[in-house]
Write a protein that binds this ligand. Structure first.
Ligand SMILES: Cc1ncc(COP(=O)(O)O)c(C=O)c1O
Length: 470
């Protein structure tokens, strides 16, 4: 056998990846390097930890935090960043936020425990959420965590609690429900807001009032600008009451670019029922092809005209206010991937196929929200070109669930090579709610494992379990 033929055989037995061409993910170079240069590592990790396997990169979250801090710093507006820990269950990512020196936005005693365990000082923790239990409230007061009060009822309850205990005053923000969000169950509307301010002003020993909080659905910065403009009236009202608001926290909602904007727009313009196994285009999607990333979004927000002829940054400075943000998804941008091992490919009537993977839609959960993750997985064939059939194939992806509608994708993806048992499908950028929001032990399958990728002192990448704390 000639050396050339041997080379061909060797090449064909090596793992090889195929980038999808419909909605290819934007990839951080660290993740691209793993896929391109060390696919064998991925196979070994899945062999060791099972499928699906979630891999997180804490360093990437740290980089994202630095970038947002850089934008805020150069605006000259005093700022605080709280990592929205609800976005992912990874303790490694919480630890990365602590290492970056930013605060944590928590909504449960468990998230609080993770934040403190990671080394975040309690004064850098902000507790949001509308339904805190009494025990949780007591702990927040005792630890001097900043509490975002969601309703007049919660404020009255805290008032009662503080009357009975000596751990006060409670550090609080009042969460505002802007005029644009009247249908939301979160926050306090304008009428009750003034009442709350008077209640707080009447109890200076019980409440250490620090300012205002708002979090909106959606990803447009102008809604946040409008909300800040509305809040300025309350800042002045609070000051007239003798209170000292220092901060406006505008919550999360900073966007991620999952796929290139033009590619995404082209896909949306071209898609039809034909692209979905159930013949139905979902009514709404996350804006996967955002034209701006989180840092650019923040620049636009700071420069946007707000009120009284001032841009938002200038207004905040003029009012001596700190701007706080609570990015969840955008801090987790690129910080995780989910890898599914292929189990079987089955032909279906009508010429389509289903690729069965080890795992389920609970680790790729958009279909549960009647939507779709509009980012294609990367197919990594175990045996390179040799075994994979070149025939293109349209297929949706399903897991081990016995429910017809429980699928990883309803979308029919084009595979240029037919996946084989043992191949991997890698979904990039799953750190933002996608990988573990709905995970469960359906069919008694154990929860997927999560591991973290870090660099050791010599600069080599090492993978270790990133298990939940006991
Ligand atoms: C109060 C609050 N802050 C921050 C976030 C994080 O939002 P995102 O992940 O869109 O940045 C959320 C998400 O629901 C939230 O409810």
């Amino acid at each position: 056998m000639t050396a050339l033929v041997l080379d061909d055989i060797r090449q064909s037995l090596r793992p090889r990846s195929w980038q999808p061409d419909t909605l290819p993910p934007i990839l951080d170079p660290r993740i691209n390097a793993l896929i391109q240069d060390a696919p064998n590592t991925l196979f070994s990790l899945v062999e060791q930890y099972g499928s699906p396997l979630n891999i997180v990169w804490p360093d990437i979250l740290q980089d994202n935090a630095r970038r947002l801090a850089g934008v805020l710093q150069s605006s000259g507006v005093p700022f605080r960043i709280f990592y929205g820990a609800k976005v992912n269950k990874s303790p490694g990512l919480v630890e990365a936020a602590a290492r970056a020196g930013i605060g944590i936005d928590i909504s449960s005693p468990y998230e609080l425990r993770d934040a403190l365990h990671a080394g975040t000082p309690p004064e850098l923790v902000c507790a949001s959420g509308p339904a805190k239990t009494r025990d949780f409230q007591r702990e927040l007061i005792r630890r001097k965590v900043l509490i975002s009060v969601d309703s007049i009822e919660e404020l009255q309850e805290l008032d009662g609690l503080l009357a009975e205990c000596s751990d006060g005053p409670a550090r609080i923000l009042l969460r505002y429900r802007p005029a644009s969000a009247t249908a939301s169950r979160f926050g306090i509307g304008a009428v009750s807001f003034s009442k709350c301010l008077r209640l707080v002003a009447a109890q200076p020993g019980r409440f250490a009032f620090e300012g205002f909080h708002v979090h909106l659905s959606g990803y447009q910065y102008d809604g946040r600008v409008k909300a800040v403009a509305e809040l300025i009236d309350f800042v002045r009202e609070a000051r007239a009451l003798g209170l000292d608001p220092q901060l406006i926290d505008i919550g999360g909602g900073l966007p991620i670019q999952y796929v290139a904007a033009q590619v995404y727009d082209d896909y949306l313009a071209a898609q039809s029922d034909w692209h979905y196994r159930n013949g139905t285009i979902p009514k709404s999607f996350y804006p996967y092809g955002s034209r701006v990333d989180a840092a650019q979004w923040l620049e636009l927000l700071l420069a946007a005209p707000c009120r009284e002829g001032l841009a938002l940054a200038e207004l905040l400075k003029a009012e001596a206010l700190t701007l706080a943000i609570e990015p969840g998804r955008s801090l987790a941008d690129q910080a995780a991937v989910s890898v599914f091992r292929v189990n079987l490919v089955k032909a279906l009537p009508g010429g389509t196929h289903v690729v069965f993977v080890e795992g389920s839609s609970f680790s790729a959960c958009e279909t549960w929200f009647a939507s779709e993750f509009l980012v294609d997985p990367i197919h990594i064939a175990r045996d390179g070109g040799a075994e994979a059939e070149v025939l293109p194939m349209r297929a949706f992806i399903a897991g081990h669930s016995c429910l017809d509608d429980d699928v990883v994708t309803n979308r029919l993806l084009t595979f240029h090579r037919r996946p084989k048992r043992g191949d991997l499908l890698l979904f990039a950028n799953t750190g933002g709610y996608q990988m573990d929001l709905l995970e469960n032990e359906f069919h008694r399958h154990p929860l997927p494992r999560r591991i973290r990728a870090d660099r050791d002192a010599a600069g080599a990448v090492v993978f270790t379990p990133d298990d939940a704390m006991e």
